[in-house]
Design a protein around this ligand. Structure first.
Ligand SMILES: *Cc1c(COP(=O)(O)O)cnc(C)c1O
Length: 409
């Protein structure tokens, strides 16, 4: 089957062989309504104007691109540039999507929103967007995650959201999604704000649309600042929303390599990583078909990563298509490499990257020395690392990573 990777799924929501809607009829009706409302909205100039206003005046867009002169000089080879999504309101790319979906919720007449959250970042962005737009907000979070990410629970509650613990199964992200979907289906005034480029159609397409502002801005900014396009564009991949957002801007530039970086965790054996594209196989979960990490019974498997935002056992269907078509390459970076990159960026540039984003930085640091000086690597810095400093300090205390003394790079 020939695959054109143009970011558009077919009528049934398939990107090549992946995506679709593997859901009960009742849910399909809601998804179809959502799809129609979405297409209407993005063809309405008033909707786009309002979203652009919020992106600029509330979220702080456009986010700049930044040349890491010190880091690039220290490691040699290609120039490393960052797209600074860490500078957005709330410190990550998540707000691009929650503003778009909450605006759509209001347009559809919803008065309540529900969302799932793993590490809590999407929950916080949803709670803020809901507060801004006067929507009641419920967030489902695995009880295990609520303990691990306690500060984000406090943030969500302060923003006016109700945080409900998902108790079943492993009590993490997968269970939170299941419970959020159940609540959505049972309530016609509810809108489900999904946090990554995953789930049944039209979510992967919708999330891609709202995150593609990253790639659109980045392409123009790089041309303005450097007069050319980067050799490669890199992003970490959990569900794949920040990656598809920046890739979208360069999809039609075949000379720009697209590189997605998955969490390699502690190694390639089952349960030690969350590298769905590198180490998984095609399967169906959460209503869509894509690569997944499976257990012995073919069910969503156990995953692990040092960064709580990347440990999802599947990945957005468009990434699966891009992998099979060879338009994008997917690699993995382990915990140790991500931590080293965290310190390198902090010490050389004064930027604390999120542990998620540190995976993409690490791959750029690996690639740069083997490339000519004039080449450019553009890394999507999906978020800031302030949320991770306690965890990193703990890992230093345990001797997992060497303590860096003041003044030492
Ligand atoms: C949530 C999150 C991710 C992972 O999600 P994607 O959908 O793969 O982008 C990456 N970085 C940060 C900072 C996040 O908060």
């Amino acid at each position: 089957m020939s695959q054109k990777c143009d970011g558009k799924p077919d009528e049934a929501g398939f990107f090549g062989n992946y995506g679709g809607q593997y859901v009960p009829d009742q849910l399909r009706t809601r998804l179809d309504e959502l799809g129609s409302a979405f297409f209407e909205a993005i063809n309405d100039a008033a909707f786009n104007r309002e979203l652009q206003y919020l992106e600029s005046h509330y979220a702080g867009r456009p986010s700049p691109v930044f040349y890491c002169r010190n880091l690039s000089g220290a490691i040699g080879g290609a120039q490393i540039w960052l797209k600074r999504e860490d500078l957005n309101h709330l410190g990550a790319h998540k707000i691009n999507n929650t503003l778009g979906q909450c605006l759509l919720a209001k347009r559809m007449g919803a008065t309540r929103v529900v969302a799932e959250t793993g590490a809590g970042q999407h929950g916080v962005a949803t709670a803020a967007s809901a507060a801004l737009m006067g929507l009641e907000c419920t967030i489902f979070m695995g009880e295990v995650d609520m303990r691990r990410q306690h500060l984000n629970v406090i943030r969500m509650e302060m923003l006016g959201a109700r945080v409900v613990g998902a108790k079943s199964g492993q009590a993490t992200l997968k269970e939170a999604v299941d419970e959020a979907l159940d609540l959505w289906v049972s309530d016609p005034k509810m809108f489900y704000v999904l946090g990554s480029a995953v789930g049944p159609h039209p979510y992967p397409l919708m999330v891609r649309h709202f995150q593609s502002v990253i790639g659109k801005e980045a392409r123009q900014q790089m041309l303005e600042e450097t007069g050319r396009l980067p050799s490669a564009c890199l992003a970490c991949v959990g569900g794949g929303s920040n990656a598809i957002g920046i890739f979208a801007g360069f999809m039609d530039d075949p000379e720009v390599r697209l590189i997605g970086v998955e969490p390699g965790g502690r190694g390639n054996s089952y349960g030690e990583h969350a590298a769905s594209l590198c180490l998984g196989t095609p399967g169906i979960m959460h209503g869509f078909k894509s690569y997944m990490v499976k257990d012995d019974h073919g069910e969503p498997g156990e995953v692990y990563s040092i960064s709580a935002g990347l440990d999802y056992p599947s990945v957005g269907p468009e990434h699966a298509q891009l992998k099979d078509a060879g338009r994008a390459q997917y690699v993995s970076i382990n915990d140790k490499e991500a931590l080293d990159a965290f310190f390198l960026l902090s010490r050389h540039e004064g930027i604390l990257p999120a542990l998620e984003s540190s995976h993409a930085v690490a791959e750029a640091i690996k690639m740069a020395p083997g490339m000519p000086k004039g080449d450019i690597l553009l890394v999507n810095l999906s978020g800031r690392g302030d949320k991770d400093v306690e965890q990193v300090a703990e890992l230093v205390r345990k001797g997992f990573v060497e303590a860096k003394k003041p003044g030492c790079k």
